[in-house]
Design a protein around this ligand. Structure first.
Ligand code: 13P
Length: 250
């Protein structure tokens, strides 16, 4: 049985003070018998402080991006060692906002994934189609390409540390959620792809999260689908109550 993994992607929200408040409210509200794994991904500027507040709790820390070089003249970038030094265990890579707004191609995402894994950070690797691609019937083709290119050169052993997040771009921040059937269809397709590329057991153990307008009102039915193993939450993770509601439904 795969464990449910609920991650909150805070995106470019919450200054230091607001981050302290949000993470304290999440810690205080989280029941002792929470079965799901919980990850929070605040902005870079809050990582260190949030990490200190998370000490002794079951909540894990993730970053929202990184660069693949170790150090040097890369103004504005952050390395894996820097993230690890402030307590990160996870890093979100390939998010559609990075792909679309910051023009990150599959090849760059692949380099980042390989370096993250080599350095001991666990990637939350995001994939998903644009609205136009869904309407043109290209969803499976897009997702296949992203999986193929993003995970090129990754070993079956390393796949134990990868989470895939399927986030249809048209469902992100729009209030439109994929129906549980639409999401399940793509999740099961992704698991088959991974089985073919790696092995049946890698696929069976892989956590595949759904992301795109997940909220407490829809998380239960999404998370009860066979191949949906968790959620990557944007807007609804910015309020402790709604994030805790999603965790409770897992
Ligand atoms: P929303 O939950 O705001 O739609 O964002 C989803 C997302 O992009 C998480 O990475």
């Amino acid at each position: 049985m795969r464990k449910k993994v609920i991650a909150g992607n805070w995106k470019m929200n919450k200054d230091l003070h607001q981050s302290q408040k949000l993470v304290s409210d999440i810690i205080n509200g989280l029941g002792k018998d929470t079965k799901a794994d919980v990850i929070v991904c605040p902005p870079f500027t809050s990582l260190y402080e949030v990490s200190s507040l998370l000490k002794g709790t079951q909540i894990k820390l993730g970053a929202q991006n990184m660069y693949y070089e170790e150090s040097g003249a890369y103004t504005g970038e952050v390395s894996t060692d820097m993230l690890k030094s402030v307590g990160c265990e996870y890093v979100i890579l390939g998010h559609s906002e990075r792909r679309v707004i910051f023009n990150e191609p599959d090849e760059l995402i692949n380099k980042k994934i390989k370096v993250a894994l080599a350095k001991g950070l666990k990637p939350i690797f995001c994939i998903g189609e644009l609205l136009e691609q869904r309407e043109n019937g290209e969803t499976m083709q897009v997702v296949s390409r992203q999986v193929e290119k993003g995970l090129e050169g990754v070993s079956s052993e390393q796949m134990k540390n990868v989470i895939i997040a399927y986030e249809p771009v048209w469902a992100i921040g729009t209030g439109k959620t994929a129906t549980p059937q639409q999401a399940q269809e793509v999740h099961s397709f992704i698991r088959e792809l991974v089985a073919k590329k790696f092995s049946a057991s890698v696929a069976e153990n892989l956590i595949i999260q759904y992301g795109g307008s997940v909220k407490p009102e829809n998380s239960n039915v999404l998370l009860s689908q066979k191949d949906i193993d968790g959620a990557l939450v944007g807007g609804a993770c910015l309020k402790a109550d709604s994030f805790l509601g999603i965790i409770a439904s897992a």
